[in-house]
Design a protein around this ligand. Structure first.
Ligand code: ZN
Length: 221
């Protein structure tokens, strides 16, 4: 496959991490309307969007298996998955190792091009500012995300980087695809982590020498 080359513009990257996302950071959507007593209109997404988001969810489970916050991404051109990535800042000792960054890097290496025009990025959690910046530099045509991130989301939750025409006029954004499922994966991860922390504290209380258990329960801190 041929992707246009523009050799004039160097790539760049910035950094933020979702690895300390609080337990309550990802809530199901439609809360505003539900609280006000108005039944939210169901949003219909295409079978194609749901299918690629499901692949991003599978990538997120690879992050979970590695002890990382479960966020996954796939990069798509047409109907071809070019690359996938999962969140791994802890294991990678890399604050920029978000799922989107991993997928962008893998796709760029594969295509030998730092620009990825015409490609779509599917990610289970709303991109942060770092990833939004990288997405813009890569000239990604469309971003599709699952759960919203009210703490660091840069597609409307905290800031809307893609809405600023001075910053970007290449990327369209679709949010909320498989939102509940994507959010549930994150909530279960943090619930498990809180449970492990409680158990470790209880073990320490019963056996003050059991500091290893407490340390093991805080893989991110
Ligand atoms: Zn990010």
């Amino acid at each position: 496959m041929s992707i246009g080359v523009d050799p004039a513009d160097p790539p760049s990257a910035v950094s933020v991490s979702s690895d300390d996302l609080p337990a309550d950071a990802v809530e199901p959507c439609a809360t505003t309307a539900a609280v006000s007593g108005i039944t939210p209109e169901p949003v219909m997404f295409s079978e194609r969007d749901r299918r690629f988001m499901a692949l991003a969810q599978a990538a997120a489970e690879e992050a979970r298996a590695a002890g990382e916050v479960p966020v996954g991404a796939v990069l798509v051109h047409g109907d071809e998955v070019i690359a996938k990535g999962f969140n791994h800042p802890i294991g990678g000792h890399d604050p920029s190792a978000h799922a989107e960054m991993a997928a962008l890097r893998a796709a760029s290496q594969k295509l030998e091009n730092y620009r990825l025009p015409g490609c779509e990025l599917y990610v289970t959690l709303e991109p942060c500012l770092m990833c939004a910046g990288a997405i813009m530099h890569a000239r990604i045509a469309r971003v599709v995300f699952g759960a919203r991130d009210p703490k660091t989301g840069a597609c409307g939750s905290v800031v809307d980087a893609f809405a600023n025409p001075q910053l970007n006029h290449h990327t369209t954004v679709t949010g909320g695809v498989l939102e509940e499922e994507c959010g549930a994966a994150l909530r279960s991860f943090f619930a498990d982590r809180r449970r492990a922390a409680r158990e470790a504290r209880a073990a320490l209380k019963n056996d003050p020498g059991a500091t290893d258990a407490l340390q093991d329960s805080h893989p991110i801190n």
